[in-house]
Design a protein around this ligand. Sequence first.
Ligand code: NI
Length: 182
Amino acid sequence: MALRQIRIMGDEKLTKVCRPVQMMTPRTKLLIRDMLDTMYDANGVGLAAPQVGILRRIVVIDIGDGPLVLINPEILETSGEQTGQEGCLSLPGQAGMVTRPNYVKVKALNEDMEEFVTEGEELLARAICHECDHLEGIMYVEKVEGDLFEVSDEPEEEGEESGQSEESGQSEESEQSEQGEA
Ligand code: NI
């Protein structure tokens, strides 16, 4: 297990448009493993490659149903609307209200570079949109309605150089943690 440092808002990597993945390499496979490890370690529900400083179109998501890896994702269809609390591992301890589609259909490549189509509703739809925005250099704060607010009940602040996670920070599931950061 290898953790990568999560870039915090203000880092220029978070503002760049990412490049597509052309072929799978051992290095890219490792990046995906590390992204999953890093996301789980930070108790996040999603992570995009630019958040660990890599400008490639790769996102990982897990809203509690197991890992979903999307390479070169492309949103094909959206419908409905949801307005809810959203956070980001690149802005720990903060959240804001964001309106997203309630349903998303997305096309992507898997780790074998095979195309597949998947869909999600509610939190999954929100996570897919949030992560795809990262690949365009867009942070959710650009879409927040009203002010950001502090969220006290968040997982430990990632981005510290400690390299050790505090297990004590993991309380049982609360409504707060279900929203997750991405
Ligand atoms: Ni994010």
